[in-house]
Design a protein around this ligand. Structure first.
Ligand SMILES: [Zn+2]
Length: 653
């Protein structure tokens, strides 16, 4: 391969720094090869650093990007470096040094996310200024390395790109080679409506008709009136649904994935011949790196979009962060309301990233069609994010209760709700945002209706247990200063819907009003499927309740549910900048009562749910409630101080 003058086989001249740099003459093709070489090297270095950092230094942290990052990062840098190659037009000496710095900068950024990018850029330039002349003084050697290295680098990237496909094929082969479950075994579909509070559903008595589809499903099956999530945020709540474990028994934390210490429902069912597939929209806490994918043969999380690929490269993601910050400054300094650069920028980012319910449905339906003729029963898990902030429905969606933002302030409230200073809000603004949340729920319910129509048309539900739940709710300042989720254990955040429709059921409509926990789901599901033998899942099966409320034995269910917010370390490097200090909160609910304790301040709260569903009157200091308080304090203490994860952990599976 010719790289211009001198040819590749030109012997290295004497090592003379005074004239060496001038010998390194490079043509346009050479610049291209140099750029691709540099880009692929930079990308592979960054990807390797990310993996090494995770493996050896931050083993518990999430990757926070698609599993395809190992090849998408090198490809992104190859393209960026080709653009950077234009700098050679300006000056070769400068260009080679900048290029050299760019080769190592991404790995430095990935290794030290806490350090300012500018400081790392200076370090990278310093190294480059020292190292690049060494190669410039040896043009023959350098060009040989560049030319021969190129096919090697391209091959590595291709192997990394093909690897996920091969793993997928291997998992499919493994699934198809397992013995089939008993003939007629039903399917299970677990639909998780992320962030949908029971109290915002028409089905649960909300004043707005937000849930016509769920209403109809409840008419076909069984509605549970008092379901508590084990946690008020996504990862531990999902982890509880998959393992039957309370949050304090699990590794899942604010930045920590669910480890493999506990068996998961998907793994258990796949080992018993079920086809398993997950389709998730919440890529922050339900993606492949969350540990929730364990046991799923198919798992669709991050949409592989051009922007998503670009953002996997730290140089791009950090630059976009910089643009966002600069746009915020521009907002403040310019004060030009109609321009609102930060809002425009956020809207663009979010538009490109969001995976809506229609996409989740489509991915599931495509997968189901590929299973036909269906030989093997399936366990499908669908996670929908349409009701999660930013409260924005797709352009084709209908605003039923709220209105699209009309001012930059309203747009910022919608797009940047998490970081909005809630103390600055007036009641009208809170109502504006809450209306859009209801719009999101109604939009999600509509999309759920479309899925149910398809499943009905294809008669899939005739042999499927359909379970619809939410992982947690959402607060809108019902308690002072409490917004969003993962912040408290009030009903607004842990009271969730649950509707279960038995196979082929067209009319039922029963209501179970006892207090149950989402952690009962795996025990219930394996019971419904007749797979309880050697089941590793704790919790109480609700199968008896589902089969017949009347046939349930007394004491079948304790009617008590624990919820927790595990503490976080606010000093952790925070890739999404959402960390605020969270104390360890524990809550216990019984049919009539809800007890909450802050384990750090020892502050206790007690609410009589039957008389005070809004939890407005704290009875913890009421002498008449003393005995109830003690009973619930003792019961919650027994639960959290009982066998915790390390002692109770089952053999690795
Ligand atoms: Zn969630």
């Amino acid at each position: 391969m010719a790289l211009g003058n001198p040819p590749l086989n030109h012997p290295d001249p004497p090592n003379d720094p005074s004239h060496g740099a001038d010998l390194f003459v490079i043509g346009p093709l050479g610049v291209g090869i140099l750029a691709i070489d540099g880009g692929l090297t930079a990308g592979l270095l960054e990807a390797a650093t990310v993996i090494v950092r995770k493996r050896f230094f931050d083993s518990n942290h999430l990757y926070g990007m698609s599993r395809h990052f190992v090849w998408s990062i090198p490809v992104v840098y190859a393209l960026l470096f080709l653009i950077l190659g234009l700098a050679f037009v300006v000056g070769r000496r400068l260009a080679t040094r900048v290029l050299g710095a760019m080769v190592i900068l991404p790995a430095l950024l990935a290794a030290f996310p806490q350090v300012y990018a500018l400081a790392l850029l200076i370090v990278a330039l310093g190294v480059s200024i020292r190292v690049v002349p060494f190669f410039e003084n040896r043009p023959g050697l350098t060009k040989r390395i560049l030319a021969r290295g190129l096919p090697v680098l391209i091959t590595i990237v291709l192997i990394l790109a093909v690897e996920p496909l091969l793993v997928g094929h291997y998992r499919g082969w493994r699934e198809s080679s397992r013995p089939l479950p008993a003939a007629g075994s039903p399917n299970v579909m677990l639909l998780v409506l992320d962030t949908v509070a029971a109290d915002h559903l028409g089905l649960y008595g909300y004043g707005r008709p937000t849930s016509p589809t769920l209403d109809e499903l409840a008419g076909r099956g069984v509605r549970f009136g008092a379901v508590r999530a084990t946690a008020s945020w996504t990862l531990p709540s999902h982890a509880g649904m998959f393992t039957g474990r309370w949050p304090h028994e699990l590794s899942a934390g604010w930045l920590d994935p669910l480890d493999s210490a506990q068996p998961t429902l998907a793994k258990y069912l796949s080992e018993r011949g079920y086809a398993t597939a997950g389709f998730v929209a919440n890529t922050l806490y339900c993606a492949w790196d969350s540990g929730l994918d364990r046991g799923f043969t198919t798992f669709r999380d991050f949409p592989l979009t051009p922007l998503g690929m670009l953002r996997s490269a730290t140089l791009v993601s950090r630059s976009l962060d910089g643009v966002q910050t600069a746009a915020g400054w521009a907002d403040e300094m310019l004060g030009v309301a109609w321009l609102a650069p930060k809002t425009q920028f956020l809207a663009w980012l979010l538009d490109s990233d969001r995976k809506d319910a229609a996409t989740v449905n489509r991915q599931f339906e495509d997968w189901l069609n590929h299973q036909k003729p269906v030989k093997r029963p399936f366990f499908a898990f669908l996670n929908y994010l349409d009701a999660h902030y930013p409260y924005q429905i797709p352009p084709t969606g209908i605003h039923r209760f709220g209105v699209a933002p009309r001012t930059p302030r309203e747009a910022t409230l919608v797009l940047d709700w998490w970081r909005t200073d809630k103390k600055s809000l007036n009641p009208g603004e809170i109502a504006f945002v809450r209306d859009l949340y209801d719009d999101g729920i109604a939009h999600l319910d509509e999309q759920l209706g479309r899925l149910i129509d398809t499943l009905d048309r294809e008669r899939t539900l005739e042999n499927t247990w359909l379970i619809v739940v939410a992982d947690h709710g959402e607060s809108f300042g019902e308690h002072e200063g409490v917004f969003c989720h993962g912040m408290s254990l009030y009903q607004t955040e842990v009271h969730v819907p649950m509707v279960i429709v038995p196979p082929g059921s067209v009319q039922d409509g029963r209501l179970v009003s006892e207090t149950v926990s989402l952690r009962d789901l795996p025990a219930t599901i394996v019971d419904l499927l007749g797979l309880t033998e050697n089941s590793p899942f704790p919790g109480t099966s609700l199968a008896g309740t589902l089969r017949s409320v009347a046939a349930r034995a007394p004491g079948d269910h304790p009617g008590r549910a624990l919820s927790e917010v595990v503490p976080n370390n606010p000093l952790d490097p925070d890739r999404v900048r959402i960390m605020v200090k969270r104390p360890y909160l524990v809550s216990l609910a019984e049919p009539d009562w809800s007890y909450i304790m802050n384990q750090e301040t020892q502050r206790e709260e007690l609410f009589h749910l039957k008389n005070d569903a809004a939890e407005a009157h704290d009875l913890a200091k009421n002498p008449d409630a003393k005995e109830v308080l003690k009973r619930m304090r003792d019961a919650s203490s027994r639960l959290i101080n009982g066998p915790t994860a390390p002692a109770a952990r089952l053999p690795r599976n």
